[in-house]
Write a protein that binds this ligand. Sequence first.
Ligand code: SF4
Ligand code: SF4
Length: 300
Amino acid sequence: MKSKSKMWLEKAVYAYKTLVLRQQSPWLVGIVITDKCNLNCHYCQSKNCGEYHFTWPMVCQALDSAYQRGCRSLYFTGGEPMLWRSGGKRIHDVVAYAQYLGFHEIFVFTNGTFPLDTPDCHFIVTIDGPKAVHETIRPGTYDLILQNVRQAATKTIFASITLGRQNADCIEEYAREMSTTGLFRGISFNLLTHWPEMIREHGIPPAERPAIMDRLWRLKQQGYPIVLSKAAWRALRHNNWKRPIRQIQLVTNRRVFDCCRDIDNPEICENCGYANCVEVAQILALRPSALWQVLKMTGN
Ligand code: SF4
Ligand code: SF4
């Protein structure tokens, strides 16, 4: 495993190249390790589509290449990464390999319905509302998720919510409920990001976005651990941040995308609600609140 001082040195060099020399090399990489999923959320079109699945040799090669390109921060997504298997290997082996290569932070996005027993990674667990609302979207899973979080191999776990019509009314209740569990280091969120027809049916209309963002910001000011810097709040509220983000990549078994899979779809990008991308955009714009936010999220 790489020493902390080496990691800080790599971060400092990258920050200098990116923020001072304005180079656009990638740092954060996501791997869509599989599209297999045990759930069936109504807004999700990628689950079980049979398009995305890495074998063990393929995922090792993808990690090698990402590391060579300069990526040091990594997340796994899906589908459900905890379901991934290949030739007797599971996500534990992939995380261990990424650690061996020298990635600094490793996050696993998960629906939380499997034991969170992978060591040496951070989990981002999707819970789509307070219990009653979550259960309408992901039936029969809420108690199981909290039980798995309680027994997780790491204590660095974030709750994450995708906000749409079905759950936007309850964000205050959600923040209270997640905080009361005492299980989460923070609460992250996305605004449902999709094709315009899907947003019309399930998403937050652009005109309602400022009010939602203001409610999230109020919660943050009240002391709830919402992962949201002041700069990102403003950028999301006004939807005026610079995109795509070339410092982020997303890797599938077919292609390496800059930013995310929707980079070729301007209709989706123009109303992007991926809050983490907005935070990165604010870091690149040297906003102090965003720099502080990322230190809080990744610091131990
Ligand atoms: S848990 Fe995630 S991958 Fe599975 S159906 Fe829901 S949104 Fe899609
Ligand atoms: S929707 Fe567009 S702007 Fe948003 S993360 Fe994807 S590529 Fe980037």
